[in-house]
Design a protein around this ligand. Structure first.
Ligand SMILES: Cc1ncc(COP(=O)(O)O)c(C=O)c1O
Length: 432
């Protein structure tokens, strides 16, 4: 039990960081978080287990968040670990360099070990960075390419994965080529064939998302990487959405580079990311941010974490997020996210005017379902969601291409919240 003064100090920092009233911060940081519901409850009464888990988050009771794909929702134990570290760091008791961005201290090493075990690779292949955008840029800007050589992307890449390649094309004369992804895919073979057809003798690297931001489709990473390897082409996977949504084993996937944003589905503090660089490629990349260790190859992937003074407290939170995930059980988490997403898919399917863009088969979606409709036709659905304080992702564009909505479901999502969304959908589509 912490001394009252420490409680209050923690609450004050929490209030300042989170922009919440001091009274709420005292409640959150002055008390221990509620315990996790007993594991036996999960077998006995799963709905009750997930309902009892919900108080682990600060999520406002009068809001419904069905867009944790854009940015994740961080639970109490993770927030507390991060805030406790902010306070502890400022005591400067620890003789090791107390921040992130220079040499690796014990906390960073512990985190990299835990992360390597979680994603199925070696610690030396993991650089800690601040998000997937940074990781994507490290690969793109660090790789030597000659004018005329090609990068093959998909038509569904996020700007944080696509724009570094556009800049490289504008600056160095490399060429970009795009695969149009099926919406939804009919089979794994269909997707792989599209990549195969788009390869040319000039293709140096294939760049694609594990789960795309546009439709949430899960791409067959293993098969695409195997194709690339057969053709002597590198692979960079933008996995911003995948960690925390899908089980990952990077060595089994067989990619050369992999970028991630654990602040999305793993629910880590914002500003946490990592880059995987397959062992054999560690010396092929130039660093983007050059500091004292830019050519210290003995540091292996950690060379890319020498970013200058950065926030160690969020990295401590990332370790706490891995612990939180492990305490609940990643396999239970994936199963629940997917089960809830399936409820969304099944409901959406009942409307002939809606077209599911990803979830044609279990393997093509995790915790996200997206659907499209005629331009402008989903505008009333957006309005009905706004009226019910439901946060969703999507676009409505009366003069453009199809309207689109993307729904994300996680373990904090309650079935009653989905019912409210279904009601908004029905109202918006004139079926209420
Ligand atoms: C596929 C993909 N890549 C990159 C990003 C950017 O993520 P971050 O802002 O964490 O760098 C996103 C964000 O949604 C994404 O979906």
């Amino acid at each position: 039990m912490l001394h009252r003064r420490a409680f209050l100090q923690r609450a004050a920092v929490g209030a300042a960081l989170l922009g919440i009233p001091l009274a709420s911060a005292e409640q959150v940081f002055g008390q221990e978080p509620p315990p996790l519901p007993p594991r036996a409850l999960l077998e006995r009464d799963p709905e009750r287990y997930w309902a009892e888990l919900r108080p682990q988050w600060l999520l406002a009771a009068d809001r419904i968040n069905l867009n944790c794909g854009s940015v994740g929702c961080t639970p109490w134990p993770v927030l507390r670990a991060m805030i406790a570290h902010i306070l502890e760091g400022e005591t400067f008791r620890d003789p090791a360099y107390p921040w992130f961005g220079y040499e690796e201290n014990a906390r960073l090493r512990e985190l990299r070990d835990a992360l390597a075990a979680f994603v199925g690779c070696r610690r030396d292949e993991l650089a800690l960075v601040r998000n997937a955008t940074e990781a994507n840029n490290i690969v793109c800007n660090g790789l030597d390419m000659q004018p005329g050589e090609e990068a093959l992307l998909t038509d569904q890449e996020h700007p944080g994965g696509r724009c570094c390649w556009e800049q490289k094309a504008a600056r160095f004369g490399i060429r970009l080529n795009y695969v149009t992804l099926p919406k939804p895919p009919a089979s794994t073979e269909e997707i792989v064939e599209r990549f195969e057809r788009a390869l040319t003798p000039a293709t140096k690297i294939i760049v694609f998302s594990h789960i795309t931001t546009v439709t949430g489709v899960v791409l067959p990473v293993k098969e695409i990487c195997a194709l690339a390897r057969r053709r002597g082409v590198l692979t960079h996977v933008d996995g911003a959405h995948a960690i925390g949504q899908l089980p990952l084993h990077l060595h089994e996937l067989g990619c050369d580079f992999y970028a991630a944003s654990p602040h999305k589905w793993l629910m880590a503090p914002k500003g946490t990311g990592f880059l995987y660089i397959r062992e054999g490629h560690l010396e092929k990349l130039w660093v983007n941010i050059a500091s004292g260790e830019w050519r210290n190859y003995a540091q292996k992937a950690y060379r890319f974490s020498n970013l200058g003074t950065s926030n160690l407290s969020v990295m401590v939170g990332l370790k706490a997020a891995l612990d939180f995930f492990s305490a609940i059980g990643p396999e239970h988490i994936y199963a629940r996210q997917h089960e809830l997403a399936t409820r969304v898919r099944d409901r959406v399917r009942a409307y002939p005017q809606l077209h599911i863009a990803n979830a044609s088969d279990d393997r093509f979606y995790g915790g996200m379902v997206s659907f499209e409709a005629d331009p402008g036709s989903l505008q009333p659905v957006f309005a009905a969601c706004a009226a019910r304080q439901i946060r969703i992702a999507g676009v409505t564009q009366p003069d453009g291409e199809a309207d689109r909505i993307r729904i994300s479901t996680h373990i904090f999502t309650q079935p009653g919240e989905l019912e409210t969304f279904f009601e908004a959908l029905a109202t918006g589509l004139g079926r209420a």
